[in-house]
Design a protein around this ligand. Sequence first.
Ligand code: SF4
Length: 622
Amino acid sequence: MIEVRGLTNQYLDIDLTRRTWKVFTVDREDCMSYLGGKGIALSLLYQRFDQVEQADPLGPENLLCFSMGAFLGTRATCSARFSGVTKSPLTGIMVSSSCGGPFGEALKTAGWDGMILSGAADHPVVLRIDEQGVRFQDGRDLWGLDTVEARKALHIQPREGELVIGPAGEHLVRYANIRSGNRFLGRGGMGAVMGSKRVKAIVARGKSHRILPADEKLFERTRQRALKYSSRNSFSRRYREFGTNANTDYANKAGFAAVRNFQDRRMDGLEQLSGRTMKEQYHTVHSGCRYCSILCGHKGSYPDGEMKHIPEYETVGMFGPNIGNLDGELIGRWNDLANRLGMDTISAGGTIAWAMEAAMRGLRPSELSFGNTETIEKVLNDIAYLRDEGEELSRGTRWLAGQYGGAHFACHVKGLELAAYDPRASWGQGLGYAVTNRGGCHLGSYLVGPETMFRFLNPYSTRSKAHWVVFFEDIFSAVNSLHTCLFSVFSVILEPPAARIAPRFLLRLLMQRLPRTAEAVMDWSIFSDYYRSITGYPVTMKSLRESGRRIQVLERYMNVRLGVGSKDDTLPGRFTSEGETRHKRSSVVPIDELVRDYYALRGYDEQGIPTRQLLEEVGIKP
Ligand code: SF4
């Protein structure tokens, strides 16, 4: 067994067209600047950006990078995670995705910190990777299998972890995902990119390398602190007990429920789909990522006798109220089906909801209608196999609205469908959707938490929102690069003694009115201490945040080169002009003001372009 202190810095460069591979290294400076995970992956693609910029996302020129980060293999809390980055076939801009499946640990303990796939194979292949390198195997027998069948056919051994695509990826559905165990690289169509390269699966065989922290004492001290914080933090405790579906309890009251393609913000009977109800109905047990100290993942026994994964809040929202459905069993079944087919449930649900409303308004004929659950299973299959109207639905909401009209209620940003949080209930979340680099993603800054769940910020005010979006974007980008789980952020920053002893009203006041002072009470040294203890690199809390900012700006700059600008940093008309819903509070998001504030804080010009001075400051060469 080879011992590694933190990082191997060894990456694989795999050319699928030529069936060759070679090893390259990432130097210490780049590691300190970009940390790992999402950050390093973006920086590697930026080094070859002349190619990526011109590439058709589904053409052989596009690059698909997987990057592991420093935490993997160390037993750090929530450390099973790794990132994928590519140019998205759904949005046409950069997309990153984080996953907690077993592939990460297997690749890392095979001695590789990541890999880049380029070109395309001339027939389906399976890549087998171990400490010796890469073997190309014929994958034709597996092509056509769903993700569960394919995993079985791969005969995965205990030392191994896999990435696999389903029929949706093979058929280039623009929002196809990649599966690893029961976790997914979910958003932006990474599965279609893998399918376009004709890679059905990648299997890594690990445990030839042992990953040890450079400073074991500091590592253990930090781990104990992280365990303590996450065990007492109320957000973590709720997720541990009810999964992300704990959010359903807030959805009606706060008014962020996505109902019938976001026509409404609350729905009677929604409690039938809450995490609490599902826990009772399906006798749930934990099923999370390895080394997790929060355990948001659950599975349960459904009445059909099967043990299924309990859908995430976002899936429940998009396959539930957003299409007029309150049947939890059906949502569990469709979630399972989408996972087998290999497609993102948020984009699938959002696209189906748009088609329902377009049909209702006579814009586009469809067999779909709100509340009619009979057709959903067939449509999900049709999307994956490009049959009937599924062929059009496979292209996503933006494309459909471009063909048929209805852009006003096409609930996406930059082509990425919104998750089940209505921004009219959470203006900071609205700003997050509008400016998050990968498009309408809820996890760019997630202000819906501080605004509606912890109630630190007034959800219907513009005050300080740009500040907190910038802050959480920087921290989340760093966390997605370390790489650990975003869900640990709230326990890390809100549980240290200073934040705990500060009276709640004071914290509220500071966050709302003096955000810089509020930041000083927060403490994310668990993340920097972990990184320093694992790698031995002199990373501090301040430099960690600076790395997050650099990663954020780099991603923005790459997107600007791909055509993104101020015209794209906005919300669909529904959220900026339709104030009346069945929620008691009328609200539209004042998005222009919010975005203006955000640009000023970020150092972007009024077109939303990072200024030369900003690029120099963070060390990005244009
Ligand atoms: S909190 Fe959930 S997503 Fe995060 S590492 Fe744990 S199980 Fe995985």
